[in-house]
Design a protein around this ligand. Structure first.
Ligand SMILES: [Fe+2]
Length: 278
């Protein structure tokens, strides 16, 4: 059934609520995480929650590093726990060249690069660099596509909720190239885009989205380590054969703020904004 408006999506979501219940055990489910940005406490909280849900397959949509104080630890944890990954613009910026970054982001990028390169354990340094650099720009998995930014420009293109009002041609062009569902991150705003075009945040969707409510959709999983949708909790999704569930996890934000404050090259604003999720 094709969704044509907000009311219909909400109705369909409600109708399929029972299907979600049958998948609570975690069988055949996987999780999608994105935009960790060196926030170790947020990543650990998300991995704990995924483990509680008995899910052992995780796809990471990139931006493992940048902004946060623990890029190496986050890279190691993603390498350990995520079976699939794609390249984020901050991962690319740290390894190669930051493109269109603001001053604070660029400074964090160069600090992160220095951290990765300063590990005196040569094998560990090479392993981390290879892990970050070997991520593909885009991935197809279980009939769906996965990218950091957008399906047509996978590393750098932003798809913002406001685009459904102010940039309808852009969304039409993106959906023209899509046959199914695509998972993205990059904006740090969780929610679902439909071809109408329209955007629904997780609250409007009742925190889950049924695949048979639309033929095509772009699902933004939100950000683990730097949410900007005014909910400071770490964001990720779980995916079953019939739907996507939006999940948030609380973590010790003050600990991360203190760590960022202790690093001269990281702008304190990158910590303070975590409290409000902005
Ligand atoms: Fe990001």
């Amino acid at each position: 059934m094709q969704a044509t408006g907000k009311g219909q999506v909400l109705t369909l979501e409600h109708e399929h609520g029972s299907l979600w219940q049958r998948n609570q055990a975690g069988a055949d489910m996987f999780a999608v995480i994105s935009d960790i940005h060196g926030n170790l406490e947020a990543l650990e909280a998300v991995l704990d929650r995924i483990k509680e849900l008995d899910i052992d397959e995780i796809v990471c949509l990139g931006d493992i590093v940048g902004y946060g104080p623990n890029p190496m630890e986050c890279t190691d944890l993603v390498a350990e726990h995520c079976q699939q990954k794609v390249m984020g613009n901050h991962d690319f910026g740290v390894l190669y060249e930051p493109a269109n970054f603001n001053v604070g982001a660029e400074q964090a990028c160069f600090w992160t690069r220095q951290q990765l390169l300063s590990d005196t354990h040569a094998q560990r340094r090479r392993t981390r660099t290879y892990f970050l650099g070997s991520a593909p720009a885009k991935l197809t998995h279980k009939g769906m596509s996965f990218a950091h930014g957008s399906p047509r420009r996978p590393i750098n293109e932003y798809i913002f909720p406001d685009d459904v009002y102010s940039n309808t041609n852009k969304l039409a062009s993106i959906f023209e190239r899509m046959e199914s569902f695509c998972f993205v991150g990059h904006t740090h705003f969780a929610g679902v885009f439909l071809p109408d075009p329209d955007f629904y945040n997780p609250a409007e969707l009742g925190e889950h989205f049924a695949f048979d409510s639309a033929e095509r959709a772009i699902i933004n999983v939100g950000s683990v380590g730097q949410p900007r949708d005014r909910d400071p909790r770490a964001s990720f999704v779980t995916v079953s054969d019939n739907e996507v569930k939006f999940v948030r996890a609380e973590y010790d934000i003050q600990k991360v703020i203190d760590k960022i404050g202790a690093v001269e090259k990281l702008d304190n604003f990158q910590g303070e904004r975590l409290l409000e999720g902005r």
